[in-house]
Design a protein around this ligand. Sequence first.
Ligand SMILES: NC(=O)C1=CN([C@@H]2O[C@H](COP(=O)(O)OP(=O)(O)OC[C@H]3O[C@@H](n4cnc5c(N)ncnc54)[C@H](O)[C@@H]3O)[C@@H](O)[C@H]2O)C=CC1
Ligand SMILES: CC(=O)C(C)=O
Length: 260
Amino acid sequence: MTEENRVAVVTGSAGGLGRAIAQRLAQNGFKVMLHDINKDLLSKTVKEFEQEGFNAAYFVGDVSKKADQEKLVKTTVEKFGHLDVFINNAGVEAVGPFLKIGEDELQKLFNVNVFGTVYGTQAAAEQFIRQDTKGKIINACSIAGHEAYAMLGTYSATKHAVRAFTQVAAKELAAKHVTVNAYCPGVAKTKMWNRIDEEMVKADPSLKPGEAFDKYASEIALGRYEKPRDVANLVKFLASEDSDYITGQAILVDGGLVYR
Ligand SMILES: NC(=O)C1=CN([C@@H]2O[C@H](COP(=O)(O)OP(=O)(O)OC[C@H]3O[C@@H](n4cnc5c(N)ncnc54)[C@H](O)[C@@H]3O)[C@@H](O)[C@H]2O)C=CC1
Ligand SMILES: CC(=O)C(C)=O
């Protein structure tokens, strides 16, 4: 089933998983609002979407700023007329031992991953309530939102918080016909995992470049690392009417790594 005339926002969609999600939705007929803090990469991605014939617009913003998130929703509605799906995808990571976690790291990761998800969810939900339509909010969680990982302490804490806010928003918004769910990828090859690998290798001299990634990926039951398309396929389902009876869930899409 195609999704003609439905409108989705994907935050952090200049690259990585967000780009793949926006592309999958556009291929299915969605009008997509691309969004990122990285203006140069976003401009490149928008051009590629236009070349593919997708109906796409873009907005440069920072998810950790409430005003940016509100303006993102307003601009989307001005451009496409309404909003159906809002995907809080943007996220950042930090790698290091617990004893070295500092204020800057805590502030940065909580600002983007947690404050960003809360502000995005609020802005989208307010629009759905104004429209008096059903709506879908879909958040980027992680295997690290179900299981905390050594060297990823702050990151794991933020993703546990995302899972908690997903449940709370789902409970409070259900009466307004708004569902809130999350996708929990495992080990996907994006710039984020390139950076994680680099930092883990720096911290452990016995590892060569690529080996931290390989170590995590070697535990995946389905025998291969995750591709952005694997994540996009789940998000496409969560954005569709087929998921209408699902809310408050943080669904693992990790090839068999964490079992809940
Ligand atoms: N790559 C992986 O294996 C996994 C990723 N995730 C989550 O999936 C989401 C996407 O991850 P990736 O694509 O791998 O990351 P990535 O680092 O490759 O891409 C993230 C995008 O978000 C943008 N961004 C960062 N901060 C922003 C801000 N303040 N405002 C707006 N945009 C911002 C970046 O510019 C970038 O384009 C993140 O929330 C991440 O935590 C979860 C589990 C595994
Ligand atoms: C990046 C991420 O969420 C993990 C733990 O792989």
